[in-house]
Write a protein that binds this ligand. Structure first.
Ligand code: GLU
Length: 303
């Protein structure tokens, strides 16, 4: 008889600030759903915003909370060559195109077309300001891309590349879905979902300044690390459509997904400035025990 596959989960913070209660909730939720194999991954492709001191604090705070994870810890900034190989594979399939637009160009194009910029659906990020609980690095997603560079001719592209103009690589969402055909993925709470890139459009897979993006790195890593259940906040629900399509293009299996609620304050509303004090380390400095912090994050009881 074959043994059932163990459930492999991962908690994947970006070291751009101190972990707070929202992270504690997500990490504990993720560890609880693992079946012995709980991974920790450091998502630090944005090397300008990530700091070694925050990474060290992540290890310390999670250990203080009582969590144990597999070794070695994967650090995304050490794997740019793997992301580059995947990009090459996607380029060969003709589903990527170079995008030379700046954020300002994109805004101007949207204004010119007079069409409302249907960006990714607005999500309320519950948590202390200035620290992302989940999601692509700030500014990566932006409004729905109007497709300006998708319409460039091969000659234009060559001319601008030869001139040394910086470019990102975008996934041509229509072409990608034509290539893969209809796809599905499953969320533990919402059931079977038909993959659709309509809400996010032609997302960036390699940024101008970084040869990868959140969407590419996360999809690759979940595959390479054998993650079978991706647990993360519901603010990343739309991103999963993109990841499903990239998995199909690269020939990866699809994990199960469980998008969890985002932690809110006692009043049910998003955290406000006062919650700046709700980082794990400030709670610890204020004399809270790990058990008390787990309760504040919605796990266990104080007795
Ligand atoms: N690195 C992301 C964050 O810190 C989480 C990505 C994911 O769980 O897919 O927000």
């Amino acid at each position: 008889m074959t043994q059932p596959r163990p459930t492999v989960t991962r908690f994947a913070p970006s070291p751009t600030g101190y972990l707070h209660l929202g992270h504690a909730f997500s990490a504990l939720f993720t560890a609880q759903h693992s079946d012995g194999k709980f991974l920790l991954r450091i998502e630090d492709i944005d090397t300008s915003r990530c700091k070694p001191a925050f990474e060290a604090a992540i290890f310390e705070d999670l250990a203080w909370l009582g969590l144990e994870w597999e070794q070695p810890v994967r650090r995304q900034s050490e794997h740019f060559d793997e992301y580059a190989r995947a990009l090459k594979q996607l380029e060969d399939q003709g589903v990527l195109y170079p995008c030379f637009c700046s954020r300002r160009d994109i805004r101007a194009e949207i204004k010119k077309s007079g069409v409302a910029p249907h960006g990714p659906p607005a999500v309320t990020i519950h948590g202390p300001p200035a620290v992302t609980i989940h999601g692509p690095p700030a500014g990566e997603e932006g409004p729905l891309y109007p497709g300006t560079c998708r319409r460039l001719t091969d000659d234009d592209r060559k001319r601008r590349r030869d001139a040394g103009d910086a470019f990102a690589l975008r996934l041509d969402s229509k072409k990608a879905m034509q290539t893969t055909g209809p796809l599905r993925w499953t969320d533990a709470e919402q059931g079977d979902i038909d993959a659709s890139m309509e809400k996010l459009g032609d997302v960036v897979l390699a940024r101008k300044e970084t040869p990868a993006s959140y969407h590419l790195a996360v999809t690759m890593d979940d595959h390479l690390q054998g993650v079978t259940l991706v647990t993360r906040g519901e603010d990343l629900f739309q991103s999963t459509h993109v990841h499903r399509v990239v998995q199909a293009l690269l020939g990866f299996d699809t994990p199960e997904y469980h998008h969890h609620r985002l932690l809110t304050g006692d009043d049910g509303r998003r955290f406000a400035k006062r919650n700046q004090s709700l980082t794990i380390r400030s709670l610890r400095d204020a004399g809270k025990t790990p058990a008390e912090v787990r309760v504040l994050a919605g796990f266990g009881d104080e007795s």
